[in-house]
Design a protein around this ligand. Sequence first.
Ligand SMILES: [Zn+2]
Length: 313
Amino acid sequence: MNGTQGPEPRSAHSRPIQVSYAPQSGPAPMAGSGRGRRVAFGITATVAAAAMIGVGAVSWAHRSPAAAAQVEVSSTSTTGSHHPVSTPPAGTAPVTLVAHRVPAAPAVPAAKVNCNVKKCIALTFDDGPGPYTHKLLGELAAAKVEATFFLIGGNVGHYPSLVRAEVAGGHAVGNHSWSHPQLTLLSSSAVAREVARTQTAIHHAAGITPTLMRPPYGAVNPRVLGVLGQHHLSAVLWNVDTEDWKNRSVSITTQRALAGARPGAIILMHDIHPTTVQAVPGIIKALKARGYTLVTVPQLLGHPVAGHKYFNR
Ligand SMILES: [Zn+2]
């Protein structure tokens, strides 16, 4: 947006967007359904325009879709917190825009990972970018592992350099709505706004347009899927829930990830919790020891179809 070098711009709105949620009745993702058809992962890479989107950080109560009636844990992102990174000049290719000292993970081209042969598994991280995302990117790069990040649009403007670092590191970046509502409770036009605003924010930050959407709480229905399809998005759910947002425990998060691991699985975690980031190196090491190849969701699913939902390969 401009060529200045300096601190990442503060939001024009210093107060967080407060989002409250009525009790939900959304469907819990069920393991084993939604096998992906194999099609191309069509992110649109363009020259990045540095984002200086005036947005507030998002707060929300995170609730497991598989346990809607269970205790809520408030998960509040840091308001106005931002990394002392540089705003890149406009017109620079995204790969050059990484202000963090995150070594780029050697990208494994999707075509070279044959998940029909390999024991593939995908780590996914929701609700960022956040204060711990930078550390996680370093851990992933050190382990030479690519993951998938589903971003809250309202947080993207606070950490645009992290979004670029995710893309530059070979990770897949998807849409996780603007403000984390249960989409099934919204009108179709409101769903479309949540989706489109986040698509725009991610594109402004990193020059890509996601083709994957993780609906908050895993709540989708045919109507929501129809809106996602109109935006060329596939719904990516999960079949391994670490419940890291609830247990906030390195050991429990690790245990749940490994207990659920199976070929083709999609593991749900959240990079806004320090315990999760601490757990990741051990999870990766253990999965590799069991013969898994850790891949992005596009690598795992091949060519997910817009408007369809997927829980695993
Ligand atoms: Zn979420």
